[in-house]
Design a binder for this molecule. Sequence first.
Ligand code: COA
Length: 165
Amino acid sequence: MAKKTKKIAVYPGSFDPPTDGHLNIIERGAKLFDEVVVAIAVNSSKKPLLTIQERLKTLKVLLKKHRNVRLDFFENKLLVHYAREKKATAILRGLRTVQDYEYEFQMALANKQLAPEIETVFMMTDSGLSHLSSSLVKEILSLGGSGKNLVPPLVEKIVHQKFKK
Ligand code: COA
């Protein structure tokens, strides 16, 4: 019998910081694919609060319970080239609101042109999480607000510490 090929998806993002919204997509993605590679990527248009190391350390703890989720980071390369290296056949992205659509549509089309064999798979973010973004979380936490229902307690602690410095 022919060996079944593993279905691998890359879930890329800045994760600065990771939120409940990201974790929701990862959890659901892990049920659809044999393996999900959560890849911290450097978005050159953003000035991050957390270093790559801090994001890796945090996500490592948060993703520990998922047996088919791997954690990684990449920079100075295209997402599709990275996905090919990982033998991924899909790029997983979350869609929150219609505002996401245009940006995601453009990125998906560009990636498709660059690597036609890789599909972008969109997942609607669960309704209670669709208002979330990493920037919103940073603003709320920087002004002393609570991270409850936005980020895991560990992320809240790390971001608070960062703002105290
Ligand atoms: N729940 C909550 N928030 C979510 C979310 C979800 N399910 N999905 C996305 N977001 C938020 C993020 O928190 C982030 O918020 P912020 O803008 O306040 O930081 C925002 O939506 C989108 O960010 P993210 O998903 O992290 O992606 P990005 O736009 O920062 O980066 C890359 C996109 C990394 C995938 C893209 O820049 C890339 O591919 N880079 C590699 C180079 C490359 O190939 N470029 C060509 C691409 S065509």
